[in-house]
Every structure is written in structure tokens, then in C-alpha cells.
Design a protein around this ligand. Structure first.
Ligand SMILES: NC(=O)c1ccc[n+]([C@@H]2O[C@H](COP(=O)([O-])OP(=O)(O)OC[C@H]3O[C@@H](n4cnc5c(N)ncnc54)[C@H](O)[C@@H]3O)[C@@H](O)[C@H]2O)c1
Length: 317
């Protein structure tokens, strides 16, 4: 099949691209290499994919109708996996208009291209952040998600809604995947696990926001890709799936676990909790298990072993 992966040079996208190539698909990656973090890292993410003749890289912006028309006109696409976005909660508070433009208008632009060119299978990368500070855990797909606490979360919820509209009006098959903090090799450098590892390794000060008791359900990248593949290979109507591990760890436990693996003590600085950060995330993954055959395998101790090993290997290169 011909599959378009938007944001295919990013962390999750580049892993998905590689997996699809291994499965024998032709993969078109649309990415604008934005400056949210060093674009050189994104180019590196594609090193392996670029050696595969079934891979095509299109450098361009999701919001550019001309580029989308060109891709959809030239490629007979079967599925679109839409992962491109401005990610990150805190920067979305600084720049909400940009987040809305990329995450909402960009998504709409892509759905319009799908409609125009008759592509009706679509995966949308949503986020656990849509659950906000919901008191009930674990978070389930049919819980209310009307109280986002950051512009980023609101744009992801808006993306889910606009996807539903295209399902209703045009019969698109759409799976919205609510990823729960994904980590592993190539993780975005500003995300907690990557940042803690780097700062502890470099002997620099690590800022912890809040009292260290906030908890996260961290999802290892291989599991996130398994869940994504499960969604890609099925027709859904319109469905939302949690993609998490259904296990949580506190911030304090996390930095201790990273200290152990790096073999250095962290120089900690406690700062007030940040606006927009949720207190906890915790995924109910029964629906993805039942419908997608999703069975996450990598628990946090093993995932952290793998991540720190990857980080140290990269530093030694
Ligand atoms: N990593 C996580 O823990 C996590 C959790 C929940 C949801 N998500 C979502 O999953 C997706 C992938 O996240 P990631 O961590 O790999 O982020 P990432 O920043 O590494 O990847 C996003 C990619 O999209 C590209 N991009 C951004 N704006 C674009 C535009 N206008 N046109 C074309 N390309 C554009 C970026 O250059 C980047 O390569 C995002 O939609 C994100 O919101 C990620």
C-alpha cells in the first residue's frame, strides 16, 4: 500500500516510517523540519528510511494546499497517518495561535485533500492531554474530555472533533490514537526522560516542576508503534483508542531510576508546578486490546534500560 506519514521525520513518525517500510509498503513522508527542536536530529531520524527505494521524502508544510495536491495527485494513497503537529504543552501556552494553525488548520487542510482525492482511511495522532485533570483513573475513551488545560490539549481535542465530522459527512474510516507520553530512542529532546538523562549525564541542574508526586503513564516507542500498526490495518468507522502502558511512575521515582542507570546523582532544583501540566495520566487500554490486539510489552524498567543505553551509545558516536 502507499501510505502518507505526516511528521514522518519526527520521533514517533520516523519509527512508524521504518516499520511500514519493513512491512513492504511504499511510504511518503511529509515533514517541514520545523525548529521546535534541532532539525538536524530529524534528518538523522530518516537515515535508514532514505536508503530504501520505497521511501519518498517531501519537505513541505501541511498547511500548504499546493504541496498536498501535488502529493495526492502523484501518489495513489491508501492511508494517511497524520502525526505532524506542534507538540508540547508548555510552548503551546506561549504560542497558541501557531499551535492552532498547525494542529487544527493543518489537520483540516489534510482532511480536505483526502476528500478531494478519495482517500478515506486516516489515523490521527491525538494525545492523553485531552483528559486534562480528570479525577477518574484510569482514563477511558468514553470519559468526558471537555476540560483541556492547555492550548495543545485543546488543539488535539479539536482535531478529534474535525475527524469525526469527516467520518460523518464522507464516511472516512478514522482512528484517533491518544498516545500517552511516548519515550524511547529518538525521543524529542525536551521531553522529561530524554532531558533528565542528558542533564544528569552532563552533571547539570535538573528542574523538577511540582513536588515530584505527579505521575505519568509512559509508553515505550515499540509498543506505541504496535498500537499504531493495529489501527492502520483495520477499518474503524470512527474510533478513539488509548495507546499507553496502563502503569504509572512518579516524577521522583523516574529521576531516581534514571540516576541509577546513568550512574550519577541528579542536581535537583524544585520549581512550582507549571500551568498546563496535568497531575497524572493513566491509560485504560482495554479497548485497544480488544479491537486492535494491542498488548504493550515494555515496562518502564526495561524501557529506561533501553533508552539510557541508546542515549549513551549516541553520545559515544
Ligand atoms: N511523543 C509523545 O509522547 C506524544 C504524546 C501524545 C501525542 N503525540 C503526538 O504524536 C505526534 C508525533 O509526536 P512526536 O513526539 O513524534 O513529535 P515530533 O515533534 O518529533 O514530530 C512531529 C513532526 O511533525 C513535523 N511538523 C510539524 N509541523 C509541521 C507542518 N506544519 N507540516 C509538516 N510537518 C510538520 C515536525 O517537523 C516533526 O518532525 C504529534 O502529533 C504529537 O502531538 C506525541
Amino acid at each position: 500500500m502507499n501510505i502518507l506519514v505526516t511528521g514522518g521525520a519526527g520521533f514517533i513518525g520516523s519509527h512508524l516510517v521504518e516499520r511500514l517500510l519493513v512491512e513492504g509498503h511504499r511510504v511518503i513522508c511529509l515533514d517541514n523540519f520545523d525548529d521546535f527542536y534541532d532539525p538536524a536530529l530529524k534528518r538523522r531520524n530518516l537515515t535508514r528510511a532514505l536508503q530504501d527505494p520505497k521511501f519518498r521524502l517531501v519537505e513541505g508544510d501541511l498547511r500548504d494546499e499546493g504541496i498536498l495536491n501535488k502529493i495526492f495527485g502523484e501518489e495513489k494513497l491508501a492511508i494517511v497517518a497524520h502525526l505532524a503537529a506542534r507538540a508540547g504543552v508548555r510552548p503551546s501556552i506561549q504560542n497558541p495561535l501557531l499551535y492552532a494553525d498547525v494542529n487544527i488548520r493543518g489537520t483540516l487542510n489534510l482532511l480536505e485533500a483526502c476528500k478531494k482525492h478519495g482517500v478515506s482511511r486516516f489515523i490521527f495522532a491525538s494525545s492523553s492531554s485531552v483528559y486534562g485533570n480528570n479525577p477518574k483513573v484510569p482514563f477511558a475513551e468514553d470519559d468526558p474530555v471537555d476540560n483541556p488545560i492547555s492550548p495543545y490539549a485543546a488543539t488535539k481535542k479539536a482535531g478529534e472533533l474535525i475527524c469525526h465530522t469527516y467520518h460523518h459527512l464522507y464516511g472516512f474510516h478514522i482512528a484517533c490514537l491518544r498516545y500517552f507520553t511516548v519515550y524511547g530512542p529518538r525521543q524529542r529532546p525536551e521531553m522529561a526522560i530524554h532531558q533528565f538523562t542528558r542533564l544528569i549525564h552532563q552533571g547539570k541542574k535538573v528542574s523538577l516542576f511540582g513536588d515530584g508526586s505527579s505521575r505519568r503513564d509512559y509508553t515505550y516507542i515499540d509498543d506505541a508503534i504496535e498500537g499504531t500498526m493495529g489501527a492502520l490495518t483495520r477499518e474503524h468507522g470512527y474510533e478513539i483508542y488509548n495507546i499507553g502502558e496502563s502503569q504509572t511512575i512518579s516524577l521522583t521515582e523516574l529521576h531516581r531510576a534514571i540516576e541509577e542507570r546513568v550512574g550519577e546523582k541528579a542536581l535537583l532544583e524544585y520549581l512550582p508546578a507549571q500551568p498546563g501540566d496535568v497531575e497524572r495520566t493513566y491509560a485504560d487500554i482495554r479497548k485497544a486490546g480488544d479491537r486492535l490486539g494491542y498488548r504493550p510489552k515494555i515496562k518502564i524498567p526495561e524501557g529506561l534500560d533501553r533508552f539510557v543505553r541508546w542515549y549513551l551509545d549516541e553520545r559515544n558516536k
